[in-house]
Design a protein around this ligand. Sequence first.
Ligand code: AGP
Length: 609
Amino acid sequence: MCGIVGYIGNKDACEILIDGLRRLEYRGYDSSGIAVIDSNSILVRRSVGKLINLEKRLNEMPVKGTAGIGHTRWATHGRPSEENAHPHIEGNVAVVHNGIIENYLTLKESLKRHGAIFHSETDTEVLAHLISNEMKNGKDLENAVRKALKLVKGSYALVVLCVDEPDKIIGARMECPLVVGLGEGENFIASDIPAILNKTRKVIFLEDGEIAVVSKERAVIKTLQGVIVKKTLRIIDWNPTMAEKGGYRHFMLKEIFEQPRAVADTFRGRISEETGDVILDGFKISRNKLKEVERVYIVACGTSWHASLVGKFLLEELCRIRTEVDLASEFRYRNPVIDKNTLVIGVSQSGETADTLAAVKEAKRKGAEVVSICNVIESSIARESHSVVYTHAGPEIGVASTKAFTTQLTAFYLMALYFARRMGMVKKDIAIEMVHELVKLPHKIERTLTLEKGIEGIAKRYFNFRDFLYLGRGMNYPVALEGALKLKEISYIHAEGYPAGEMKHGPIALIDEDMPVVVLAPKGKTYEKMMGNIEEVKARGGKIIALVNEGDKDVAGKADEVIQVPCASLFLMPILLTIPLQLFAYHIAVLKGTDVDQPRNLAKSVTVE
Ligand code: AGP
């Protein structure tokens, strides 16, 4: 999510760090900063907004030194501000961090009890305190980092700098990428290869639980226990554009493959596997207020609207609250019945979509309690809402939403379980089971992603068709809508999503050998009905591309193409079924030669009506 660069050598660290950060600018900025060792002190410069602001600050107040760390921030904990920008300093230690420290609140409280003073709202500052404390207790930097990391729970890629040991920088990784770049008399650490690609092509990738002790002469990789690890040196032959996309051909594909991590980041630190509880930071509705909620309106546009349709199922099923989903562009112009017992949920990746923002404002004006599900921290919709659940998906650059959608579904799952628990609608044992199902999900997404080659093969057989129909039922009907939207927006092929039960009320007239039908038929209470739909399509000469659960033998004999997806609970199947549809649309678009990341006529964020 954030971008990290570290440098140690004989050259001007500031120049190298800024150059590296500039190369990470595609990730989006809300703030940035650098720290450089200048003889006996650490000089820090931080700034809100684009990197250019930091550069201006550095022109006014230059820093000089040959070892330093830099960071571009995509906010997770704490709004974008100078105090929350990295590096975070405590004592003689400076830290830049990417990831989420799940137990930071507990650690922060305990540090405060021992007199620590915090200057930011971030989880990262806790790391600076922990490392600095260990050094005050006599540990050297390497051991202090190791000891501190044993106390934290969560994900991190971090780089640490310390005045007392100016001849090294230390990096560590847990579930967030970090790479060491090897130069001549100088070395680098970075979250992403583009940051250092013009300096060196020789890199070492860190694995989870490894730390890198990097001086200008060498880089030694060890485990958290201090055992030296023999690593393979890799030579990167990517060009700069490939590097930006992490070696993927398009941002969209990169973002599709980021989903195991993105979904995990959405629930990370928010669930208890022991109690089944959900903890939603930033949620301000009291238990009593929740019980008074009589009706929920969910407002959103495009892909976020599709996620909202799944959200309705979750809220109704788990919380038994009357829920309606509105297209924000419609909601704002009809006169919805809203009062103080109405909860309005605004859903938006960007948090800037004009229609959703207007709908949220209107709902607030009419007295509703407003909650939003957003990806971009401190975006307009997030700021306009009484409470926010951030998806923590990281910047989404491809215009076609992918990880934004699956993380919104995850956020709805969390929110529905949170409401249900607080309203006494879901028993503890069920909640624990639901939390366990969620924890298993990232691995199942990874397994689903391994289907890519087969899906590419199907795309090759179908990319010349002009129309597609997508059918689903229940919670998977919105997934059919989303699959169709993905195909049309990036491949320009006409595609319609439909609830399968509506087939015989019209769309069945379209079926012939030129109309492939994508059918979502996982096991569940509507499985038999979907089998009926498959028969209806086959009887009219239509081609079936079926998404079923692993081990399904019934559909195999009937469908032209079968994609087998891992099994999951009813509530999480929409996430798994989405992945093959994203890959299918992606490969068709590539075969048709369209501009996948920036399809014609579309903008990432629709900030005008
Ligand atoms: C979907 O791939 C599109 N990017 C689009 O439908 C998008 O979901 C819609 O414009 C809403 O954007 P938001 O989530 O940022 O509000």
